[in-house]
Design a protein around this ligand. Structure first.
Ligand SMILES: O=C(Nc1ccccc1F)[C@H](C1CCCCC1)n1c(-c2ccc(Cl)cc2)nc2cc(F)c(F)cc21
Length: 233
């Protein structure tokens, strides 16, 4: 059985990505807000657009710290950000949802989200994803690397130099694979399950524009940044 070993360079890569991931976290805690009180559908929509707008700004800062990203072709940098912003938000939401909370809090949080204004048809796929992320009990190194791997997806629309993106994504996949073997020795399939979540994440991508435009309220206002990043308005 070959002894899996994380090299010095891989340690350094992981450190950079995890520090960037932890540095660029959402300032105010949306879960705490939602647990404090029940908001109207309009207030929830406004909260979502504020959270999502700050999440995009945070994502850009995180991405700039991914080794090699800033050396990519500039149009490709934009294509990768545009292609992954919604996934990064759902991944972040899933991580927020699966955080250990005092008894009963997760149920209240789920209830508040169910009543936030999102139309019923999207609840099942969204909560299935959140629960499947929760079951993985991901460490923050895994969360950070998985987010970086999602951003560095070579086959996003309009990416010209896919090989250059692959060359950045591969080292992340290598260190994540080793980390999974070392942290979850009893679960040889754990790495594959992690990557499977990225596939599930892409399906949520299809729904996101409709989730927003079908929000139970009229006159949906988006920030200019969200109009750029999300396919709305
Ligand atoms: O703020 C949000 N997500 C979010 C965005 C950026 C960074 C961190 C985030 F958590 C929204 C709120 C907004 C206010 C109304 C309820 C949903 N949100 C979603 C979500 C996100 C996007 C769509 Cl289209 C549908 C639901 N899923 C959540 C699960 C949670 F555990 C959570 F705490 C908040 C969550």
């Amino acid at each position: 059985k070959e002894k899996v070993k994380i090299t010095k360079e891989q340690q350094a890569l992981m450190k950079v990505v995890v520090e960037a991931y932890n540095r660029h976290q959402i300032p105010q805690d949306v879960a705490k807000k939602l647990l404090q009180e029940q908001y109207s559908e309009e207030e929830n929509f406004l909260l979502l657009t504020e959270m999502a707008t700050s999440q995009v700004q945070v994502l850009v800062e995180f991405t700039k710290n991914i080794p090699g990203f800033l050396s990519l072709n500039h149009e490709d940098q934009i294509a990768l950000l545009k292609g992954s912003a919604v996934e990064a938000m759902f991944l972040r939401s899933a991580q927020v949802f699966s955080r250990k909370m005092p008894n009963g809090h997760t149920e209240v949080l789920e209830e508040r989200i169910r009543k936030s204004g999102i139309s019923e048809e999207f609840m099942t796929p969204m909560f299935n994803f959140y629960k499947s992320i929760g079951e993985l009990h991901m460490m923050q190194e895994e969360q950070a690397l998985l987010t970086a791997i999602a951003i560095l997806t070579p086959d996003r629309p309009y990416v010209k130099d896919q090989q250059a993106v692959e060359r950045l994504q591969e080292p992340m996949l290598d260190v994540l694979r080793k980390l999974c073997v070392l942290q979850h020795p009893q679960e040889p399939q754990y790495f594959a399950r992690l990557l499977g979540r990225l596939t599930e994440l892409r399906t949520l991508n299809h729904y996101h524009a409709e989730m927003l435009t079908s929000w139970r309220m009229n006159d949906h206002k988006f920030t200019p940044l969200l109009c750029e990043i999300w396919d709305v308005e």
